[in-house]
Design a protein around this ligand. Sequence first.
Ligand SMILES: CCCC/C=C/CC(=O)SCCNC(=O)CCNC(=O)[C@H](O)C(C)(C)COP(=O)(O)OP(=O)(O)OC[C@H]1O[C@@H](n2cnc3c(N)ncnc32)[C@H](O)[C@@H]1OP(=O)(O)O
Length: 324
Amino acid sequence: MNTPRARAMLFMGRRSHQSHAPHKHSPPAVANDLVISTVDENSGIAMLTMNRPPANSLSLEMNEALCYSLKTVEANPKIQSVILSSTNPKIFSAGLDITELVAPDNDRLPRFWNSLQQVYIDLYGSRLATVAAIQGHAPAAGCFLAMSCDYRVMSEGDTNNDIKKKHVPTIGLNETQLGIAAPPWMGQLLVRTIGFRQAELALALGTLFPPEQALSIGLVDDIVPHQQVESGDHKLVDLLPSQIKDQAQNSLLQKAYTQAQIYAKIPPQARVASKMVTREEHIFRMIAKRDEDTQHFCGFVTQKAVQKNLTAYVEALKNKSAKK
Ligand SMILES: CCCC/C=C/CC(=O)SCCNC(=O)CCNC(=O)[C@H](O)C(C)(C)COP(=O)(O)OP(=O)(O)OC[C@H]1O[C@@H](n2cnc3c(N)ncnc32)[C@H](O)[C@@H]1OP(=O)(O)O
């Protein structure tokens, strides 16, 4: 598996480990609207917009839709960069769909976990330059999605003095707050992104960072004020799906677009080779332990005590939402 050819295939968009892969070349049954895919061949930039209300949480189908959309865009040789965004202005992704974890179906649970592993393999190992446009909250696997990209831009949120309008997004691996732990490959992504000690603290405490702090520890690469830009790049509008067509002047999307353009100008062979230097070992280590990881996850999540914590967490989420 870990041969030069296998490594090159992984990063050139062809998978050498299809036997593990849950997704197929045909569109997943209900995937089409979960991730909206738009491409602009002239600029070499694509956009994958997550569109699973209410929170872009990652269900089995959402994971498959992400992999399928990414693979489809990757297959287009004219595309070099992709922006990962959300139709929800306040939530990038709420992480795993927690309802997948509560009282799970025995057949579905391992398939679900496999689909998440595949998102990691495909996104972290994508031949494309990937830019996360984090307009809203990105807890847990939402943060993981962002960390799997090459570049992260986050909105500072609406710091309006009016408390009702105020909205400050946060990002981080908050799993311990739910009584669960991030899997090793996800936790290691945090270590790789923000360094050992910061990650050790953040993982143990389940810290969710507001934008400025996220920037200061390197969890995101850039933050932008919540505002419209006066004279953005007008070509962005061609890339926006109809659901967010009115966001062409959005400072976050404009910043993400600029970064995607910068990446698209780098000679792709060199860019992909440099990505392999930092990522291939991590990906192959995970693939080697993939089945073990799935078994561990299924065993862990079905424990009585873990189920109790997760059930209480889902209840609390629903109560909070009902009180709004
Ligand atoms: C065992 C090893 C596995 C380890 C790996 C774990 C990785 C994970 O990703 S675990 C999931 C962790 N995710 C979270 O803790 C996030 C939970 N959600 C929130 O904190 C908030 O919803 C938010 C900060 C993302 C957004 O807050 P906001 O006030 O804007 O919206 P809400 O009213 O809370 O939610 C709206 C709506 O969405 C539903 N929802 C939110 N998050 C999830 C989720 N992760 N899974 C499923 N559903 C979610 C929430 O229940 C509301 O729905 P209703 O209006 O229908 O009640």
